[in-house]
Each structure stands twice: as structure tokens, then as C-alpha cells.
Ligand binder design. Structure first.
Ligand code: HEC
Length: 201
């Protein structure tokens, strides 16, 4: 028994010495490299490991990408009204949001709606005239309804969902509502109608 322990201690010492010896001179020495270097499959390559033989797997049912806002509304008057009732603008009319909203408005909306949103943009003569944002009808639109228009389109107006992210759409909506319609910040905000500044979001 004593001999066995002696021998084991001897071999253990040898191993430790081997570890500190030649190999310590070699940098980036990989012990069991197969643990560090597993085979990487290309996204569209066949895969012997997965159940369906595909490398790229579908997301689990019901999951959504981070930052994605589901939009559960259809087109038409009824759905637009419902969106107006239910959706709340996550943005406040802060200076920063209004500046971003204005820049987006001038890029994406002004060409038809005009700089002041009166329906007199450069394209106005060539398309069915867009309504003024300060018409009696549009002044009644809650912000969620304008978001619905920009997301799905309305009548002759196309959807802007592929050009503008949900966040960008809300920023445009904030600008239209607060500045072009002159309605100030959304309810529940501390910023008054006149004081459209402060608050970052
Ligand atoms: C290509 C021209 C065009 C562009 C660009 C455009 N619109 Fe319109 N918009 C229209 C027209 C035309 C209408 C009237 C649609 C109708 O009633 O048939 C309209 C209507 C609207 C309405 C009222 C919808 C209703 O139910 O009466 C809102 C709100 C609106 N647009 C907001 C925007 C915003 C915000 C942008 C920018 C993201 C934008 N539009 C970009 C052409 C445009």
C-alpha cells in the first residue's frame, strides 16, 4: 500500500513538473482542444445533430424579437378607432423627440402633407389631396390613431411600416400631434402645452 502511494505521489509530481516544464514555454497551449474547437455549422447547412436536420432553427412559437412591438390591428375605420383608444404613445414631447420626429416628418411625410401638415406638399397636385392635420376630423384623432395610419396606411395613403421602425413612427406622431396640430404633449405628462421641452422620452 505504501508503495502504491509513493508511486502515485511520484507520478503526480512528474505530471506537475511536466506541466510547468516544456509546455509553459509554448504559448496558447491547448489542453483537449476539441472542447474549445467544436465544429461550427453554417446557418443554411444540413445538420446531423438537430431533429429536423436544419442548422438554423425556427424561433420558439409565440416569441418575438427583442424591442419588437406586436401590432394587433387590422385596417379600416373600426380598427383605426380601436387603435386610437388603446394605444399609448411611449414618447413624450421632449425637445429631443420633437427634433427627431420633425426630421423624420420632413423626410417621409412632408412631400405629400406639406411642411406645416396642411396637405399642400410638393406632390399634392399629383395625388389625391391629403387632409390638413388641423381639419376638424383629424384634430379628433388620438395619437394611437395616427400611429395606426402610419403603420397600415389609410385610404390612398400607403403604409410606412417598412420605412420607419415603430419607435420612429411614434416620434413622427409626437411631432404631428404636439407641433403641427398644436396639441402639446400627451395626457399624463408634466410638460404643458406651451412648454414642449424637458423629459427625455
Ligand atoms: C405619398 C403621399 C403621402 C405621404 C408620403 C404620407 N401621406 Fe399621409 N396621407 C396621404 C393621403 C393621400 C391621405 C388621404 C388618404 C385618404 O383618405 O384616402 C393621407 C392621410 C393621412 C392621415 C389621415 C388619415 C385619415 O384616416 O383620414 C394622416 C394622419 C396621415 N396621412 C399622416 C401621415 C404621416 C405621419 C406621414 C409620414 C410618415 C404621411 N402621412 C405620409 C398621402 C401621404
Amino acid at each position: 500500500m505504501k508503495h502504491i502511494f509513493g508511486a502515485l505521489t511520484f507520478f503526480a509530481a512528474l505530471l506537475v513538473m511536466a506541466g510547468c516544464g516544456a509546455s509553459s514555454e509554448r504559448r496558447a497551449y491547448e489542453y483537449m482542444p476539441d472542447m474549445a474547437r467544436d465544429p461550427a455549422y453554417k446557418a443554411f447547412a444540413p445538420n446531423p445533430v438537430t431533429r429536423d436536420g436544419l442548422t438554423l432553427q425556427r424561433p420558439v412559437a409565440g416569441t418575438i424579437p427583442r424591442g419588437f412591438h406586436p401590432f394587433h390591428y387590422g385596417t379600416g375605420e373600426e380598427e383605426a378607432t380601436r387603435a386610437g383608444r388603446e394605444l399609448e404613445n411611449p414618447y413624450h414631447a421632449s425637445q429631443k423627440t420633437l427634433e427627431e420626429g420633425k426630421a423624420l416628418f420632413l423626410t417621409y411625410c412632408q412631400v405629400c402633407h406639406g411642411e406645416q401638415g396642411k396637405g399642400d406638399g410638393p406632390l399634392a397636385g399629383k395625388i389625391p389631396p391629403p387632409p390638413s392635420y388641423v381639419s376638424d376630423r383629424l384634430m379628433q384623432f388620438p395619437q394611437g390613431r395616427i400611429f395606426h395610419v402610419v403603420t397600415l396606411g389609410s385610404g390612398k395613403m400607403p403604409s410606412y411600416a417598412s420605412q420607419l421602425s415603430a419607435d420612429e413612427r411614434w416620434k413622427v406622431v409626437t411631432y404631428v400631434h404636439a407641433v403641427l396640430q398644436g396639441l402639446g404633449d400627451r395626457p399624463g405628462s408634466t410638460a404643458s402645452k406651451a412648454g414642449i421641452s424637458g423629459g427625455s422620452k
